[in-house]
Design a protein around this ligand. Sequence first.
Ligand code: HXC
Length: 515
Amino acid sequence: MGLKEKSSDLRQRMRNALKGGGEKAIQKQKATGKLTARERILALLDPGSFHEYDLFVEHAAKDFDMDKKYLPGDGVITGTGTIYEHPVCIYAQDFTVAGGSLGWMHAKKITKIMDHALKLKVPLIGINDSGGARIQEGVNSLAGYGEIFFRNTLASGVIPQISVILGPCAGGAVYSPALTDFVFVVDKISKMFITGPEVIKTVIGEEISMEELGGARVHCETTGNAHFFAESEQQCFDQIKELITYIPWNNTRKAQPFPAKEPKSKTFKLEDIVPDSPKEPYDVRDVIRALVDDSEFLEVQELFAQNIVVGFSRLNGQTVGIVANQPMVLAGVLDVDSSDKAARFIRFCDAFNVPLVTLVDLPGYLPGVDQEYAGVIRHGAKVLYAYSEATVPKITIILRKAYGGGYIAMCSHHLRADFVFAWPLAEIAVMGPEGAANIVFRKEIAAAENPDEVRRQKVEEYKAKFANPYVAAAYGYIDAVIEPEETRNMLLHALQISEEKTVRMPEKKHGVPPF
Ligand code: HXC
């Protein structure tokens, strides 16, 4: 055969491989509202940028008649491409080929592209749509998963890792996504669980649908296993593309800068957002939008532990990570879930050179038996650990309340914030005036002829003394008391001045955070 014939042979081989699981399996995939693996990659990456590798990889399994089966690409597509010209490595499991199940060569393709991503120092995106370990390949499938988990851990904090769940993701398959930085899910399409409804029914007799057990909403609202919820695959890809613009390619870089833009101040006016009374709720996302470039904010885990808000924005074109108490939900308290959410986000930002802006307005940690039994001590400590360990620029604004452990935890100077500013409304104290007066003046109140009147007086006395930013400012715990309108300028300047920040931590192999 000459080159012409060999080229024609190549094209024929490619046509065969590109058929995936065949027309019938593709139609079944489409009938469930899902795109095929290749369509997904093409929808996500810049047009014409996808380069596929290992198209001709085949499995070598023999048992259960596997030697008679041709599985194109062994059920997974791998390659490189770009998103808005940012380079990425990507894989997508092809459910039309043996249910996207993971055999040894399937796993080898994934680990090869993971090794590439780590070596080339570019983000890794994994699109999961799979029946899990390929049953016919036995322990080799389990070995394949183990090799993936090991690499996920190795790559953690070196390159951003993104998991997209676009189909079933059962058994050990959920642990690769759980080891990555961001998990994207789509309503009605994504399903994640360790053991499915059938096993649960058999073993413990509980009946539950797949959707209720591990659907997209469950993982966004209840478990916190997923970070971004979308109504459709296309919306999910748009979210991934947006995220990629905010994060750097690897831990030695900063995120690509954007042209600076003023906030849309007509829509979001600080003086109209935060009520004077410390008890009145407001949406802290309006404060964020009033401060950041173009009022744009990409919220992470929007539906989970809504008493804290975390996400990415830009200040003067530079990506920042924002952590803000949300007075609209549970008065913005820190609890088990919000501590986990904040701590994880802080660690991502610190690993990838994203400065942290913290907006404080909280009454403290949530009291209660449920919280204590759920381990609020251990979970709450994660926030202290994450902020203390973070060496990126850390700028804190106390908007209104900062009571008790909440004051310390929300990136105070004591955890090495670089700058702490407070609005004149700020109240910094061990606890709220009512609680404090009841404890400190209990005897006087009880002995009084008119206890309510004395309590009111004592509350006012306490407020006048402690419920302001000036006691903390007198000790230098606050660098400046600022008017709300000055906040953006203070942030821009603090970021500019922190550009070359370097911190040396004590030498150690690694810390032992309260996981
Ligand atoms: C081999 C599999 C497979 C698997 C699906 N298929 N899962 N082949 N190993 N794990 C094949 C089916 O035989 C079928 O092949 C094709 O994929 C499509 O599957 P269907 O069942 O027809 O699709 P659907 O009705 O949509 O159901 C999808 C499903 C179901 C819910 C995912 O297939 C399922 O329950 N699969 C098994 C899930 C599971 O228990 N996996 C093991 C988890 S344990 P044909 O040839 O008929 O088209 C695990 C351990 C890992 O993963 C531990 C690591 C630490």
